[in-house]
Design a protein around this ligand. Structure first.
Ligand code: CAA
Ligand code: NAP
Length: 250
């Protein structure tokens, strides 16, 4: 790969609260950014238009991260249009919060498929490109609640804890190939996902646990992801980096 050719980055959930901030930071650092969105997303066109007006020339790609076949087709399209992918941010994720006694099999399966199976479904599509390029960066978005567990999140916490096992295994397998693989574990951020938390739970249970006394901003996490994706971060691999306002330290 010529050093003048912009690298191609794919961000899953790229049009969500955190994903958008990551797309912007990666674009600002000179990458060609493809924002992957769910097939059911009806606002992709409007989002691309708005980003373009703000000076971000993103591309978009529909992909169901819970389906291997959908990811394979989507990456064939990305490769055809943009070339090989050298930066991947596995960011798409969902919650189905409910206490364990009320949790249905569907609540469990849907969250595990979207948050954890997606790591396999998506990463499988880019790893050969990265090996051929002799360079790659993979950042997997986990959560503080994967590190410490959370009331009503047996499914989500299990999926997010599983992510780091995946990260560490790939980090070992590809360390000699100039491909780094890291986990970023954010605390509670200002996004649509957190807006679903009942107000009283937020005020009485969650905010009092955060020493800095506020939610995080998506861009604070995006800057960290952007660093992990850059050339200089070559010695960071297999790490799980917390960014949570002090809510969980270990
Ligand atoms: N800690 C301890 N007790 C809690 C609690 C908590 N966090 N939340 C609820 N409870 C208690 C209630 O006070 C209530 O107690 P009583 O029975 O004594 O009145 C009881 O649990 C309610 O139990 P239910 O079985 O009725 O609970 P439910 O099935 O209705 O679930 C809930 C409630 C959906 C879990 C709701 O409390 C909730 O949404 N909590 C927020 C969960 C959360 O933090 N989600 C994070 C979303 S953001 C995210 O995930 C991003 C990230 O990575 C950080
Ligand atoms: P968000 O705004 O709800 O974004 C989540 C994104 O995931 C959406 O853009 C959605 O795409 C995408 N998605 C969901 N299911 C998908 C599927 N089957 N296929 C493809 N895409 C799918 O939430 P967010 O806060 O930005 O969350 C981003 C990531 O950060 C998640 O992994 C989340 O667990 C993690 N996280 C968030 C917080 C927080 O406090 N917000 C804290 C820790 C970790 P569409 O919009 O295209 O449908």
């Amino acid at each position: 790969m010529s050093s003048n050719t912009p690298k191609v980055a794919v961000v899953t959930g790229g049009m969500g609260g955190l994903g958008e901030a990551i797309c912007k930071r990666l674009s600002e650092s000179g990458l060609t950014v493809v924002a992957a969105h769910s097939p059911g997303n009806r606002r992709a066109g409007e989002w691309l238009e708005r980003m373009s007006q703000d000076g971000y020339p993103f591309a978009a790609q529909a992909m169901d991260v819970a389906s291997f076949a959908s990811c394979r087709e989507a990456f064939e399209e990305i490769r055809r249009r943009r070339g090989p992918v050298s930066v991947l941010v596995n960011n798409a994720g969902i919650t189905r919060d409910v206490s364990f006694r009320k949790m249905s099999e569907e609540d469990w399966q849907t969250v595990l498929r979207t948050n954890l199976d997606s790591m396999f479904n998506v990463t499988k599509q880019v790893i050969e490109d990265m090996l051929a390029l002799g360079w790659g960066r993979i950042v997997n978005i986990s959560s503080v609640n994967g590190q410490r567990g959370a009331f009503g999140q047996a499914n989500y916490a299990a999926s997010k804890a599983g992510i780091h096992g995946f990260t560490k295994s790939l980090a070992v397998e590809f360390a000699k190939k100039n491909i780094t693989v890291n986990t970023v574990s954010p605390g509670y951020l200002h996004t649509a996902m957190v807006a679903q938390v009942p107000k009283d739970v937020m005020e009485t249970r969650i905010l009092p646990e955060i020493p800095v006394g506020r939610l995080g901003e998506p861009d604070e996490v995006a800057q960290l992801v952007s660093y992990l994706a850059c050339e200089r971060a070559a010695f960071i691999t297999g790490a799980n980096i917390s960014i949570n306002g002090g809510q969980h330290m270990y």
